[in-house]
Design a protein around this ligand. Structure first.
Ligand SMILES: [Cu+2]
Length: 299
């Protein structure tokens, strides 16, 4: 019985102690669904766990060995077997079904109006690419990767000309954001705990994840009472010696703030016109550098 009491106390303590880590504030639409499922499962298995543990310890105490006691021979009971097989099977099936429905909804194709951001994991940081005004990301080819062109963007593709590689990752609140995820070297994992979003970044196999952020960084700072609050993008797959430092900050802005930030961002090639020397079909492209006549090679 002592074990039951000590074990029970440790069980409650472990929950209280981990409270802060279990209850991470949520900042996305589907994050609420995930949390609901998590807590539903937790409550169901928690109740079963507590009841079965109490019975387990109680019965082994109550029916411990005593000289004068004789064991009762009880080999089989079909009715009991059916009850304790069927009830857990049905409850589990319902939980799995709910999980499957929710996951299907989360992984549905992104809505057409979704904003696209490409995220590339590499040892040991994340690089973001925005499609620019044409809303289309240019092609990439691994053999084009070098010190300047870290993503191997193919600048013979017209769509790549206005691609932006900002130093910070900003996204607007209330709009679906489709992250197109790639890796340049090994398997990384794109993990945004506050948005309940995780997807592996696999070399040679593009993956994606879309969600709608519901709270700006400032909203979250107010909610958590932490003026320095930051949404984190971390690598959640051990990927090498500096895995622990593979982290970026995601800033969620009000839509107007986001537009303002976006308008200050320059195309990646704006100050690297030499990258455009292989550009095909350059008609219709307006570059800042054009005025200065530095991208003659492209024309
Ligand atoms: Cu990594």
């Amino acid at each position: 019985m002592l074990f039951l009491v000590i074990g029970g106390a440790a069980f409650i303590w472990s929950f209280q102690n981990a409270e802060e880590r279990i209850h991470i504030p949520v900042g996305s639409v589907h994050g609420v669904w995930i949390d609901d499922m998590f807590w539903l499962t937790m409550v169901v298995i928690g109740i079963v766990f507590v009841i079965t543990q109490i019975l387990l310890f109680y019965y082994s105490y109550r029916y411990q060995y005593k000289e004068e006691k004789r064991a009762y021979f009880f080999p089989h009971n079909n009715k009991l077997e059916i009850i304790w097989t069927m009830i857990p099977a049905v409850v589990m099936a319902l939980l799995v079904f709910k999980g499957w429905k929710t996951w299907t909804k989360i992984t549905d194709p992104a809505p057409k109006e979704a904003m696209v951001v490409e995220i590339v994991g590499k040892q040991f940081n994340w690089i973001a690419r925005y499609p620019g005004t044409d809303n289309a990301l240019g092609n990439v080819r691994t053999n084009l990767i070098d010190a300047t062109n870290e993503l191997g963007i193919d600048f013979s593709d017209q769509r790549s000309v206005d691609d932006i590689l900002p130093s910070e990752i900003h996204i607007p609140k209330g709009r679906p954001i489709l992250f197109k995820i790639r890796s340049r070297d090994v398997i990384h994992s794109f993990y945004l705990p506050h948005f309940r979003a995780q997807m592996h970044a696999v070399p040679g196999m593009p993956t994606k994840f879309w969600f709608v952020p519901t709270k700006t960084t400032a909203d979250m700072a107010t909610e958590t009472g932490n003026p320095d609050f930051k949404y984190e993008l971390v690598c959640n797959q051990i990927c090498g010696a500096n895995h622990f430092a593979m982290r970026a900050v995601v800033i969620v802005d009000e839509p107007e703030e986001f537009q303002k930030w976006m308008s200050t961002q320059k195309a990646f090639v704006a100050d690297k016109p030499e990258l455009l020397k292989n550009l095909k079909n350059p008609q219709g492209i307006v570059l800042d550098t054009k005025k200065e006549g530095t991208n003659k090679a492209a024309l």
